[in-house]
Ligand binder design. Structure first.
Ligand code: ARG
Length: 217
């Protein structure tokens, strides 16, 4: 297996870069979308709320693989031509937006309602309550879910291989087609994903700790 790693190191390195790029870009795109969806959900204007719910149901209720295929093969028929990489990032980002909106919803729901009542009775304005009470706690509550989402996206980015993006999984397929050493090649690729996941877990554990309330682990 080591000789495979050495021989294909350039491909592997490029695969790692693509995998990380897809993960980070779609994670941030998803986060931005989730903020918009969350605002639409909580602003109290029904049509907006229904549109946000429809978006979330669509992206959570259909396979990510089909969404990627729709963007890459479907959009050209209405005149939008995207590269495989851009299609993958957009589809995964749109998908993640729906999941991250759910993470934020649960994070906000987790804040005890009495706190708002107390804050209001202390005379804080709605904006002060948002800034001082809701957002800091919602962020803290959302961190474990968002950590999880980062690792999910790292693994789901492998779906980009079906449209030919040269990320890690596609590099594995390429190595297999060139050497027929499938077990070793895919095991090598799996171990690289595992190392990346472990790094992500570590980084995010640290973030979780720095946001933790002293005394509550
Ligand atoms: N394989 C799952 C699907 O096809 C992936 C869902 C993506 N999940 C996520 N948390 N962004 O639906």
């Amino acid at each position: 297996m080591l000789d495979l790693a050495v021989e294909y190191q350039d491909y592997i390195l490029r695969g790692v870069v693509y995998t990380i790029a897809i993960t980070l870009i779609s994670l941030s795109m998803g986060f931005t979308i989730s903020l918009v969806l969350t605002a639409a959900r909580f602003l109290g204007f029904k049509p907006l709320r229904l549109a946000a719910e429809a978006y979330i149901n669509f992206f959570r209720g259909t396979p990510l693989l089909v969404q990627i295929l729709m963007v890459f093969f479907g959009l050209p028929s209405i005149g939008i031509n995207l590269s495989a990489f851009h299609s993958a990032v957009i589809a995964i980002g749109l998908n993640s937006g729906a999941y991250q909106a759910e993470i934020l919803r649960v994070a906000i729901k987790g804040i005890p309602e009495e706190q708002m009542l107390v804050a209001r009775s202390l005379g804080l304005s709605e904006i002060e309550i948002m800034k001082g009470v809701v957002i800091p706690q919602a962020v803290r509550n959302a961190i474990p879910g968002l950590t999880n989402e980062a690792v999910i996206l790292l693994k789901e980015s492998s779906l980009a291989s079906v449209i030919g993006v040269m990320e890690l999984t596609r590099v594995g397929e390429y190595m297999v087609s060139a050497t027929f050493r499938a077990l070793e090649a895919y095991l090598l690729i799996a171990l690289i994903y595992l190392s990346l996941s472990m790094i992500a877990f570590r980084l995010l554990k640290r973030a979780e700790k720095s946001l933790a309330i002293p005394g509550f682990e």
